[in-house]
Design a protein around this ligand. Structure first.
Ligand code: AMP
Length: 375
């Protein structure tokens, strides 16, 4: 988003998730909100059936004079960046998404993750991208390509968009959109409560739930949802990254139950049924989302601090759950406990989590009996 764009800047574009349909994106001064413009043959364009417009011009005129349910009134059309962030790197990569690695320039190392290094880079000397370099041998290219085919079609404003890959030689490169502020975990830890407070924390959680609700609707499982796998962009935009990669990543010599370093212990994010019997599902992602809520509210504290993975598993089986953090409102803790229901079916859907967090009322307090969730 260009700095020239002010509140009410808008864009009408083809929908990212539903080809052939139109979406309206509106900048409310802080974040960009997206609406689906519905069309009915012979009738026209509308957001809600009570106002149908014969032309898009009439549609824009109406919402310029009256917000009528939109976050703000429409003002000026969005000014596009000189180098727009593309959905695909070029027309060609829309289908042929294997690109020539020589078209990439690696500029600055951004970090080092489970899979290898991540670089800020430029594609064709013009387009800023993030380049994930995979440690040789960490994945079977065939498995990865199969997964990447699916990942490429997952398009949502709250999911990191996969642009292209370089898989013909090692190291495999995964090219994605660049997120200027890096991982949510570090972002939270660096802030530690100075700028980020409950409304921002709830907004982060709602945005992640929105991306996850989309994955849920596409019957896709993340398998490694955690603050380290959420990225932070400009204007308080949060997006889910690395969905599906855990399935194709070969874990070498790593015992998830007793990994040596507490920091990279995925077991603390993983639902008991997924650890015990490898039953990963969208409901095991919901469990992880509960842990992510804990990370958000505690500014990136380690869950089950001081405990080893095997101890966590034993205690969870006996009904133990992370206690309510000191600054965590009851209502938010109640949502966490719902995510940690021992019975996967008893956990909420991401769609429900999304609206609960979007509609979260900061002022209301509610009493909950945490013991009700202990077996
Ligand atoms: P990962 O391998 O995904 O764990 O990434 C390691 C680190 O690289 C993260 O903690 C981020 O700080 C950074 N990073 C990963 N992906 C991106 C991206 N798309 N944009 C910006 N920074 C990223």
């Amino acid at each position: 988003m260009c700095p020239e764009n002010q509140e009410g800047a808008f864009l009408i574009r083809e929908s990212e998730s539903k080809k052939g349909q139109l979406s309206l994106s509106v900048f409310d001064g802080a974040v960009v909100k997206h609406y689906r413009i519905r069309q009915e043959a012979g009738e026209g364009f509308f957001l809600s059936k009570k106002n149908i417009f014969k032309t898009l011009n009439a549609f824009v005129d109406h919402y310029t004079n009256n917000s009528d349910g939109l976050c703000v009134k429409l003002r000026k059309p969005c000014i596009k960046k000189k180098v727009p962030a593309p959905i695909d790197l070029s027309y060609k990569t829309a289908d042929q998404w294997e690109i020539d690695r020589n078209s990439l320039k690696l500029l600055k190392k951004l970090g080092y993750g489970q899979f290898g290094e991540v670089w800020e880079g430029l594609w064709n000397n013009t387009t800023p991208v993030a380049i994930k370099t995979l440690k040789p041998g960490s994945m079977d290219p065939k498995d990865f390509l199969r997964e990447a085919q699916i990942m490429k079609n997952l398009r949502h404003p709250k999911l990191i968009q996969l642009y292209a890959v370089c898989t013909l030689e090692d190291p495999i490169y995964i090219i994605t959109e660049l997120m200027r502020h890096g991982s949510l975990l570090e972002y939270l830890q660096n802030d530690a409560g100075s700028e980020i407070h409950l409304p921002e924390q709830i907004d982060m959680a709602a945005q992640v739930a929105s991306g996850m609700a989309y994955l849920e609707s596409q019957n896709y499982i993340h398998r490694d949802l955690a603050a380290r796998n959420v990225l932070v962009g400009e204007h308080n935009v949060y997006k889910v990254a690395d969905f599906g990669l855990a399935r194709v990543f070969k874990v070498e010599n790593e015992n998830v139950y007793e990994a040596k370093h507490e920091t990279k212990l995925p077991v603390k994010w993983t639902a008991p049924e997924a650890i015990r019997s490898n039953k990963f599902s969208i409901k095991s992602d919901v469990w992880s989302f509960g842990i992510l809520l804990f990370e958000i509210i505690t500014y990136g504290k380690m869950p089950y601090s001081g405990m080893m993975g095997y101890q966590v598993i034993q205690k969870l089986d006996k009904g133990y759950r992370i206690p309510q953090p000191a600054n965590c409102p009851d209502k938010l803790y109640y949502i966490m406990l719902e995510c940690w229901n021992a019975e996967p079916k008893g956990r909420p859907t991401f769609e429900t989590l999304h609206w609960k967090l979007e509609d979260y009322d900061m002022d209301s307090t509610s009493y909950i009996d945490a013991n009700a969730f202990v077996k």
